[in-house]
Design a protein around this ligand. Sequence first.
Ligand SMILES: [Zn+2]
Ligand SMILES: [Zn+2]
Length: 542
Amino acid sequence: MLFTVPEIHYALTPLFSALFFLYAETHYSFKGIYSRLKKPEPEIIVDAPHRLEPGHELPLLLLIKDAHTYPIQLHRVIVEKFYPEAHETQEFEIEREGIDSRFWHRLFSVSLRRDFEGVLPLDVTIQYSVNGVAKQARNDNYARTSHAPLEVVVASQALPKTAGWHFGEFHCHTSFTDDQVEFGAPLAATRQLARVMGLNFFCATDHSYDLDDDPHNYLKKDPLLRKWQALWQEVGALNADNSGFVIVPGEEVSAGNHKNRNVHFLILNNPTFLPGDGDGAERWFRTRPTASIESVLQRSNSNSAAFAAHPLISPPLLERMLVRRGKWEAPDFEHPGLHGLQIWNGSDAGFEEGKRAWINLLLNGRRIFISAGNDAHGNFNRYRQIGFPFLTMQENHHQVFGRVRTAVFVDQQLTLDSLLMAIRNGRMVVTDGPFLDLRIISHDGQTGRPGDTLSGQTLQFDCVCQSSAEFGELQSFKIYAGCFKTKEESLLRNIEAFPAPFLHKDSFVEAKLQPGYVRAELYTERDGQRFKCLTNPVWFNI
Ligand SMILES: [Zn+2]
Ligand SMILES: [Zn+2]
């Protein structure tokens, strides 16, 4: 068969985009290849937070996509709650609401038994009709997913932390991504689901090559950058209600590394749009990076923050070959404007490699920080993705919004400015459960937390290690001292026995520290599953 170049481009675009998954968009099919997932119906998806902090009702998010092409009437939403002893049903009557917009969503507030704690499976049945024909879907209407129940951890205790710390999702995608195979959740709904998980902020970091699309046609660029403007307007309006929750406007910029391969770069709170579409697969055979890491940093203003996104995760072979994807490498971290590395990206992939690269930078005298996010693509409970090529749907529990978290220390009111200031100064720890407050007091009475610098050789350490039944008992607590002279880290403290299972306070004096830094790690375990918290460093004697 003969293809013209534009046809090849058009036909293969979803192939590339399928590599970056959000909620799966199933209406796009290869030209000439029958998509077994395609149905003459809009996509219908129910989502819920994977975890519910005490004191909140459970919000269920119902998303209906592409009803402008496939209009439906919505009749009823039925939630079945599978408590261990019995199940309960809650119905939401919708009065045959006609839905014919491109993107429709609503939050339903589900009431739970007050005394219940633990994992609650939920089945959500959506009753609707298409051209008068009654239909129903369970949890989603995809053709080849499990339709398995959603599972919500109903927590009996709040996320462990001490005063002044705020949890957040550092890397996620929202409804500002909407193309051939993927779409995310709206900002306001994302905020509501994030809040009930126990978070205080999230960074909206959609891809640069999605944020500059024409709002009505994702295959065209918009010279007016209307999506970018809309992002800032919506974030501004949501943050203005001073609800104690902050949305950080940002983007995941595709930039060129030192080998001129496309890597991802989180730029937070920079009002000027920074283009980058080398790996957006929007221009066939044109995969050269739009701008280098250096030039992206030069164009970021002083109120923004710049973090290497999932820097040491190897892109799949297909992405390396087709869209010139690469990894961050040693020379790429040298740029002085780089604040940090988002080494934790929802799973263990690339974590140890990222940690090693970070420690190497620290030992060479760099003030550089780590952060954690999930790169979640709309998935709050379960990860649904389109398999390759459009024949199966895959689901797993990786890269779920809010599962690994960055905690930021802000001891004043939490605002976009105070949060960004703390992020730029590295006042952060990363965790998927336990919490570690590393506090050090110098001989002149100054208190240092991660990101701070203290003077003097005699330092009083005051550490709090915290966990809960949800994240398991304390297993080990380690403080590492990094020495600039020997360029080595040594173990300053190693505790592996704890008198109480979930809370440990450790105070001691250290008198002979060499110029360098200290950082700490805490590990817990529950039913064979390990959880951890890593702090950023406190520097001294520099
Ligand atoms: Zn990325
Ligand atoms: Zn991402």
